[in-house]
Design a protein around this ligand. Structure first.
Ligand SMILES: *Cc1c(COP(=O)(O)O)cnc(C)c1O
Length: 365
């Protein structure tokens, strides 16, 4: 929390406007549009909702294929599978753990409609290459920037590059409102339709702007907008977004510098940040030599009351991934990352304990 969250929630209460799209929602949307430079920002109740909107906007039909990494959160795939789409899983890069852009073209078939670029740990995918492939094959690019707010690629904010992008304000992310998210639209052809999908498939937004004289059901849609109470909370976080990011970067850098020696003398690996990428310190992770070493590391730190966690179960080997998805090639890096990666504690306030945590980790390794 940054201090003003409850104050803004009480203002929303006093305003008497609790449903979506009031003053605070408009402030948050405007902030995103100016900071990220997207054509249109629309708050949603989650990143999952924003990805579902992207799947509707992309007009995914049964059998259409969507290329994505297997090493990601379930929502990346679910959103498209819900529309009958087929997630096509591609392996990740050994350095950033992002989708390996060199393997994307081999996964393209006549049924491919879109590529989802998941910016893992807030570090950008190789977007120039991905956008060029998409243009050549007439595909849409959706950035899953759930972890990527305030990060950049070649100086451009993540979320401003693909046709659409999805952000998350879930409490595990950098800028939070408990649950929350946003759809960012960069291709102006989709702006009006995005507003309609978010408002239950009605042209309510056009009506309120006086552009139509009655509002009605014009598209498939759902209710994807958050309440003003959520937006009011989020506004307090957005006002402090620079400070939050600076603070997280300090914590990230402290881990990175302290663990440099260990990397030289053992088989662990620290995160790699390509020079083109400005990151937001969403996550600090280590790659341990293998699954057995990671299990021992997590158990041993738990006994010292330090919580470290792993993720993801690769989607291609999950029950739903096997049922609805398809692999493109061998996913060797994906499998390895899912066995070796461990996340270290990174939250505002951990500074107080960080030296102790680092000492225990070095002793353990
Ligand atoms: C957190 C996350 C999501 C889902 O975000 P919600 O706001 O919880 O729906 C989707 N994709 C990735 C990569 C995430 O990390």
């Amino acid at each position: 929390m940054t201090g003003k969250e409850l104050w803004y929630v009480s203002q929303a209460h006093a305003n008497g406007h609790l449903a979506g799209d009031g003053i605070f929602t408009r402030k948050c949307n405007a902030w995103l549009e100016s900071r990220i430079g997207c054509k249109k920002a629309l708050l949603t109740h989650s990143c999952t909702a924003a990805l579902e909107m992207a799947a509707i906007l992309a007009q995914i039909q049964p059998g259409d294929e969507v290329i994505m990494p297997s090493y990601t959160f379930v929502s990346t795939a679910n959103a498209f599978a819900l529309r009958g789409g087929v997630p096509v899983f591609v392996d990740v890069r050994p350095d950033t753990i992002n989708i390996n852009e060199a393997l994307i073209e081999a996964a393209i078939t006549p049924k491919t409609r879109a590529i989802v670029a998941v910016h893992y740990a807030g570090v950008s995918c190789e977007m120039d290459t991905i956008m060029a492939i998409a243009e050549k094959h007439q595909l849409l690019v959706i950035e899953d920037a759930a972890q990527g707010i305030m990060s950049t690629y070649k100086g451009r904010p993540l979320g401003s590059i693909g046709h659409f992008a999805a952000l998350s304000f879930h409490e595990t992310k950098n800028i939070i409102s408990g649950e929350g998210g946003a759809l960012l639209v960069n291709d102006p052809r989709f702006v009006e339709q995005a507003e309609i999908i978010r408002e239950k498939g009605t042209n309510r937004s056009l009506f309120f702007r006086g552009q139509v004289d009655k509002y009605t059901w014009v598209e498939l849609g759902s209710s994807y907008l958050p309440s003003e109470l959520i937006a009011a909370f989020l506004w307090a976080q957005m006002e402090e977004a620079d400070a939050i990011t600076r603070c997280r970067l300090n914590i990230w850098n402290a881990y990175h510098e302290s663990l440099g020696e260990v990397e030289i003398h053992s088989k662990i690996r620290r995160p790699v940040i390509p020079t083109d990428c400005g990151h937001n310190a969403h996550m600090y992770y280590l790659l341990l030599p293998d699954l057995a070493a990671r299990t021992a590391f997590i158990d041993s730190l738990r006994q010292k009351k330090i919580q470290t966690v792993f993720h993801y179960v690769p989607l291609d080997s999950s029950p739903m991934g096997e049922k609805y998805g398809r692999k493109s090639g061998e996913l060797k890096q994906t499998q390895m990352m899912s066995e070796r990666l461990v996340r270290l504690p990174l939250w505002l306030g951990v500074e107080e304990y960080q030296n102790d945590i680092i000492r225990e980790i070095i002793a353990e390794l």
